[in-house]
Design a protein around this ligand. Structure first.
Ligand code: HPA
Length: 225
């Protein structure tokens, strides 16, 4: 376990060092070790900076999401290829104008394609069905969305919705880290399910049903990537 001091303040938790299969990995729970840090309060800059300082070159972001379009029903695993950012008020860049080194990073493809392909291959080799594309809409949270907001996201082209994908992906790019995300659908997004309101119970039950499959994919990706 390593507590890292960063120029951006405190990380969500200490960085854990471990092994997955034969590979050495780092783990940093972005919501904190006791899951108390809400999505809008996560210090994304500190977390990614700390991972890089500990030697990370590639980052896999695990993402529980709500499903918007038909293919993204609960329990589906997905590797998104695009993002639309609806978040606000988050520290979203390393470039604050206090030094001369401004860079406008390219985010045409917000995820590293090689890492995405490794995740998709890992799904195949571990026998897990996966949707190998999709647009991730990043919302502010911590509340869930209104049904009208989800319809707007759908009109915009979003397939799934989550609260932590941005600014994480953009900051990873600014830091030169290769970044991809493994998403798992834990509920139908607001207004998309049959049952009316979204309950924490359904989210937790679907999450439980995804955990083993996500771990199987991570074991497999450790062999490949
Ligand atoms: N909306 C936003 N974030 C989420 C959801 C959702 O429905 N489910 C899991 N994370």
């Amino acid at each position: 376990m390593q507590l890292v001091t960063t120029p951006f303040g405190e990380t969500s938790a200490s960085v854990l060092r471990g092994t997955l299969g034969a590979r050495e990995i780092l783990f940093l729970p972005r919501h904190g070790s006791d899951h108390r840090v809400p999505p809008h309060r996560i210090n994304y800059r500190a977390n990614l900076w700390a991972l890089r300082a500990c030697g990370a070159e590639r980052v896999l972001g695990l993402a529980a999401v709500g499903g918007i379009t038909a293919r993204f029903e609960p329990e589906v695993l997905a590797v998104p290829d695009q993002i639309i950012d609806y978040t606000y008020g988050r520290a979203h860049t390393l470039y604050e104008g206090d030094s001369g080194d401004l860079e406008h990073v390219d985010l045409t493809a917000p995820y590293c394609e090689r890492l995405r392909r490794a995740l998709i291959s890992a799904c195949a080799s571990s026998g897990q069905a996966v949707v190998d594309e999709g647009v991730y809409g990043a919302t502010q949270g911590p509340r869930l969305e209104t049904a009208a907001e989800i319809l707007r996201l759908e009109r915009d082209g979003c397939d799934m919705v989550g609260m932590t994908g941005m600014p994480e992906a953009a900051l990873a790019r600014e830091l030169g880290l290769r970044y991809a995300s493994l998403a798992f659908v834990v509920n139908w997004a607001a207004g998309k399910g049959e049952g009316g309101a979204i309950t924490m119970r359904e989210i937790e039950e679907n999450l439980d049903r995804c955990v083993e499959r996500v771990l199987a994919v991570l074991m497999a990706v450790a062999e490949l990537a």
